[in-house]
Design a protein around this ligand. Structure first.
Ligand code: KDG
Ligand code: MG
Length: 403
């Protein structure tokens, strides 16, 4: 089954997405998500200029060999651009394999290990009242798990409180990122009050999550985890930047609040120590930034040995192709934890026609052969690329801080 064409489509149906389309000699087409938010064109170039030409003539069935060929064959290893490009090709090849077999991808991964996949949504608000209203909206939709974020009093902008429909994080477009101001002490005072407010309003029957978004030092993260223990969070996410995996030992010494990490990781080596030393409870690597289905399964298999569960990143800046691929993996692995799901804008839903379903807080990838996502290239062409950056954070004195 020779590959006859491999192309890259950069479009902006509601937000920017990079999609890889791979065609085979027998007419089967597969798609992969190569979106790296704010750095889209770097991955598009890596694919167009260096990867796609190498795919022509290769056997589309040889997924593992193609993965190794693109990873080891480049000599230069890992990194978000490389691993997102490899992921997109890998996801497209799994799509092709599923279509060729007439089976949904999860069947090729061993079949369903559960009936459906629990997902968490994003509730947020400019104040606690608005957060509670949004939280209630999520419960009304059936969510069993909800992430809570609210604007920190005294700070002009807070992570997670986007424009009205809450599906984007990038308030600024064009030539430079927006700059936000961050003050850790204001956040550390506020976060426990926010979690307390949600528990008082909604009780303990719903899973409550919170994203710290890399803002704290390890000892600050330990203090936050301890302060949140009475509110029994499902997890706190990215409490401290994770380049230094050993930093998580310090957090563990101070709190039993579960920890989730991994949305900026791109390989198993980024979380080897975190997993093998049991420094985290959930690994949140995403299928499209961590080398695709082939590599993500390897990460989750390692995690399984150490009692760490999955919690895949599924923000709206990952296309519906990524979400579908993640759902197939989620359904089939033994150590599934939870899946992030914040939905996609209407324009994206016109361009990516999906067969996955959301019902009463659970998702299922559907029974269509392959990933179950059709990509309408003509519809995508109506939405040209719209350059946008994620914000940059500065402390009150102007020092650049983690966003
Ligand atoms: O592109 C960055 C977003 O994916 C990220 O900020 C979202 O932290 C995020 C999350 O948990 O969804
Ligand atoms: Mg996050």
């Amino acid at each position: 089954m020779k590959i006859t064409d491999a192309r890259v489509v950069v479009s902006s149906p509601g937000r920017n997405y990079v999609t890889v389309v791979i065609e085979t000699e027998d007419g089967i087409t597969g798609i992969g998500d190569a979106t790296l938010n704010g750095r889209e064109l770097a991955v598009a170039s890596y694919l167009r200029d260096h990867v796609c030409p190498l795919l022509i003539g290769r056997d589309a069935r040889r997924i593992e060999d193609t993965w190794q060929y693109l990873y080891k064959g480049a000599y230069w290893r890992r990194g978000p651009v490389t691993m997102t490009a490899i992921a997109a090709v890998d996801i497209a090849l799994w799509d092709i394999k599923g279509k060729a077999a007439g089976m949904p991808v999860y069947q090729l991964l061993g079949g369903a290990a559960r009936e459906a996949v629990m997902v968490y949504g994003h509730a947020s608000g400019a104040d606690l009242q608005e957060l509670c209203e949004d939280f209630q909206r999520h419960l009304d939709q059936g969510y069993k798990a909800v992430r809570a974020q609210a604007a920190v009093p005294g700070l002009e902008k807070t992570y997670g409180i986007g424009p009205a429909d809450r599906t984007v994080y990038e308030p600024a477009s064009g030539s430079a990122p927006q700059e936000d101001v961050w003050e850790t002490s204001a956040y550390l005072d506020f976060a426990p009050k926010m979690m307390e407010c949600v528990r008082e309003e909604f009780g303990y029957g719903v899973h409550l999550l919170h994203d710290v978004h890399h803002r704290l030092t390890p000892i600050e993260a330990g203090r936050l985890g301890a302060a949140l223990e009475p509110y029994r969070p499902f997890w706190i996410e990215d409490p401290t930047p994770a380049e230094d995996q050993s930093a998580f030992r310090l957090i563990r010494q101070h709190t039993t609040t579960p920890i989730a990490v991994g949305e900026v990781f791109n390989s198993i080596w980024d979380c080897q120590q975190l997993i093998t030393e049991r420094l985290i409870d959930y690994i949140r690597t995403s299928v499209s930034h961590t080398g695709g289905i082939t590599h993500l399964r390897r990460v989750f298999s390692l995690a399984e040995l150490y009692g760490v569960r999955s919690g895949s990143h599924g923000a709206g800046d990952l296309s519906p192709v990524s979400l579908a691929a993640a759902l197939h993996v989620d359904l089939s692995i033994p150590n599934f934890g939870i899946q992030e799901y914040m939905g996609h804008r209407e324009q994206a839903r016109e361009v990516f026609l999906t067969s996955y379903t959301f019902d009463d807080g659970y998702m299922h990838p559907g029974e269509a052969p392959g990933l179950g996502v059709e990509f309408d290239e003509e519809a995508a062409a109506a939405y040209p690329y719209d350059p946008k950056y994620l914000p940059v954070n500065r402390r009150l004195d102007g020092t650049v801080h983690d966003w």
